[in-house]
Design a protein around this ligand. Structure first.
Ligand code: EPZ
Length: 428
């Protein structure tokens, strides 16, 4: 079992290349199902979840070719996906259980083939993660949904999906993505009310429009889609990962460092950058990225997670690690997922002073953290442990780092390059 060993206390300084966004890639890959022509995605990150999704696409009959980075600075890969014909409309349990984003083939398969059988993803460490909003949205486009033996069996009407009105009671990124892709090929107009506005949704809209889709209201919470008979080939560059960039910004903060987040897009990170500025960091947007510099002590924050453009839930664990060393008491409230404080007991083992009551965590800043062996439980929690290890006195071992590999490309290389004493070892 691989582990990461960090000897903390080193100030980080230099440039960190930001990879393509995991949560954009995972909704862009299934777009290939919507056409029999090639879809080329560039700036594709090297991540376990992306490779897993590529494997799922192959299972469905999609041909994929992948090329390495074309030049020195762009580490991203170039993948061309061609779904000339769909060989299977089933996303099996053994794939879906390891990667819940597989549910994002539901809408495209229904739109392209008129049917889809997708394993129910089940819950995960941060919550039970239901998919009821995805299913209701498909029904609004005329699909019939049946749940049998742990699978969703969906069928479109004889003439295919038809446009409809979808009003989400709560904001759902994945459900918005699924219905957007399905609506692109549905007959007639689809209106989505209370759509998620995350930058990854905007990136998806730009890719679909490049493929010939007609979408109005991009970036807003009301999207209007005129369905097309077919979509066509396109090439789309995946947006930079705002959560990876925010995570490395916290690395600068927690080590008193100075990092240039190369290629990061400030427009997708306003709430994150506002939080960093309020915590005392100097944040400057430069031509080639965002510079984050720690000029003095960290100040405490009061933050609530919420859908974009508010502070993202995917940054809560990383900010908590940073605020563990702030001068004062911070209050974080997690409003999106019901169990996203798994990092707290592990941070406490390193000396953090954090009290959790329901959805609220009170973080009382301490003078120092001390290294310890800690256990990663989910993707963003594991990053918060790495951040704490970078600042802690002594050695920190982070176990179960397969969680990290799902969302952070070349983590130890990127951190070593800016001065961290970090290595990956195969463990017992
Ligand atoms: C996406 O998950 C992201 N994953 C998550 O990132 C992110 O935390 C989340 O959006 C919120 O921003 C990907 O994009 C692959 P939701 P998703 O549907 O789509 C409830 C990471 O660390 N809900 O917006 O699954 C749900 O339980 C991951 O990169 C329903 O009740 O999130 C949650 O409480 C973690 N019914 C809330 O809505 C549904 O049908 C928001 O979930 C769907 C969701």
């Amino acid at each position: 079992m691989d582990r990461i060993i960090i000897r903390g206390g080193r100030r980080l300084e230099g440039r960190v290349p930001i990879s393509g966004a995991k949560n954009a890639a995972l909704t862009l890959l299934p777009c290939a199902l919507l056409t029999d022509e090639p879809l080329t995605l560039t700036n594709l990150p090297r991540l376990a979840d992306v490779d897993g999704f590529g494997h799922l696409m192959n299972e469905l009959g999609v041909a994929t070719t992948i090329a390495g980075a074309r030049n020195g600075t762009d580490f991203g890969r170039r993948m061309t996906l061609t779904a000339e014909r769909i060989a299977s409309t089933t996303a099996p349990y053994d794939i879906v259980r390891r990667m819940r984003a597989s549910i994002l083939v539901l809408g495209p398969l229904l739109a392209r083939e008129g049917e889809a059988t997708v394993s129910l993803p089940g819950g995960c460490a941060i919550g039970n993660r239901p998919i009821d909003l995805h299913l209701r949205a498909m029904e609004a486009l005329g699909a019939e949904i049946e749940l049998t033996a742990g699978y969703v069996r969906a069928h479109a009407p004889a003439g295919g999906l038809r446009g409809g009105r979808v009003t989400f009671p709560i904001v759902s990124v994945g459900a918005t993505e699924n219905v957007l892709m399905a609506a692109a090929l549905a007959r007639g107009e689809t209106v989505i009310e209370n759509a998620a506005r995350e930058p990854e949704i905007t990136d998806l809209c730009h890719c679909l429009i490049a493929m010939g889709a007609e979408i109005d209201g991009v970036g807003g919470d009301r999207l209007v889609i005129q369905g097309r008979d077919r979509l066509h080939a396109a090439e789309h560059r995946i947006m930079p990962d705002r959560i990876e960039a925010g995570s490395y910004a916290c690395a600068a903060a927690i080590t008193g460092g100075d990092l240039l987040l190369e290629g990061a897009d400030a427009g997708a990170m306003t709430a994150i950058l506002d939080g960093l500025t309020e915590a005392g960091l100097t944040v400057t947007v430069e031509a080639d990225g965002i510079r984050v510099r720690a000029d003095g002590p960290l100040r405490p924050l009061t933050l609530s997670t919420a859908p974009f453009p508010a502070f993202p839930t995917d940054m809560q664990a990383q900010f908590m690690a940073m605020l563990a060393l702030a001068e004062g008491t911070s209050v974080l409230t997690e409003t999106i997922f019901e169990n996203r404080y798994m990092h707290v007991p592990e941070l406490a083992r390193m000396g953090a002073d954090i009290q959790v009551h329901g959805r609220t965590a009170t973080v009382t800043g301490v003078a120092r953290l001390t290294g310890a062996p800690v256990m990663a439980t989910d993707l963003r929690a594991s990053m918060s442990l790495v951040l704490a290890g970078l600042a802690a006195e002594g050695e920190t071992q982070v176990l179960r780092i397969y969680h990290l590999d799902r969302g952070y490309e070349r983590l130890e290389d990127k951190l070593s390059a800016v001065g961290a004493d970090i290595e990956r070892t195969g463990g017992d």
